[in-house]
Design a protein. Structure first.
Length: 195
């Protein structure tokens, strides 16, 4: 998990610093009979314009001209493979599926993570993923406001809008429902174009 934390910190730092660089974002909503899924994908690119191998610092420039300096930890493989002009691409996707089908069992939260780093000698990069599944109790149903209030395993509550009145009619206080949240982050580096 140490690598996951390091890559997450690097990725979050990168995303935070170039967030104002107008990333390309796509959002998709899928509604089924008893569930709704919202998926989002954000893709950002930058060019390597500086490398300090002593301090393991990389300077990136976005297409909009924003310059970002990042320190790359020793946990990240293949730092020495970076070259001026390389293109760094960060893709972040997340999805939330709320299934309003009744469940039975204990209120719970389970989390599963995945990671993959680039092979030794290749350009730096890798992927991180996480899936969180929550079984929550229905603590309130408001037909007039078209909402359902859920209470999770840590005692926190969330109110969700339910557009389908038929779906809302099937839910009652004391029922349980499932929500699945997934996220993935991929970082890749492409070599500089040959001149």
């Amino acid at each position: 998990m140490k690598t996951t934390k390091v890559m997450t910190i690097v990725a979050v730092a990168f995303l935070a610093q170039i967030a104002l660089a107008q990333p390309q974002t796509n959002v998709e909503v899928t509604k089924g009979p008893d569930q709704t899924t919202v998926k989002g994908l954000t893709r950002m690119t930058a060019t390597v314009v500086g490398i300090d191998k002593t301090t393991r610092t990389v300077t990136l420039k976005t297409h909009e001209g924003k310059v970002v300096e990042l320190e790359v930890t020793s946990e990240a493989r293949n730092f020495d493979q970076l070259a001026l002009g390389d293109t760094v691409t960060v893709a972040y996707s997340e999805a939330l599926t709320v299934s309003l089908m009744k469940k039975k069992g204990e209120v719970s939260l389970t989390e599963r993570g995945t990671e993959q780093r680039s092979a030794p000698g290749a350009k730096p990069g890798g992927t991180l993923g996480r899936e969180v599944t929550v079984i929550a109790d229905v603590v309130a149903v408001n037909h007039k406001a078209k909402t359902v209030t859920l209470k999770g395993p840590k005692g926190n509550t969330v109110e969700l809008k339910v557009e389908d009145p038929e779906r809302l009619k099937r839910l009652h206080r004391g029922d349980q429902v499932e929500a699945v949240y997934t996220e993935a982050l991929a970082i890749s580096v492409e070599p500089a174009a040959k001149k």
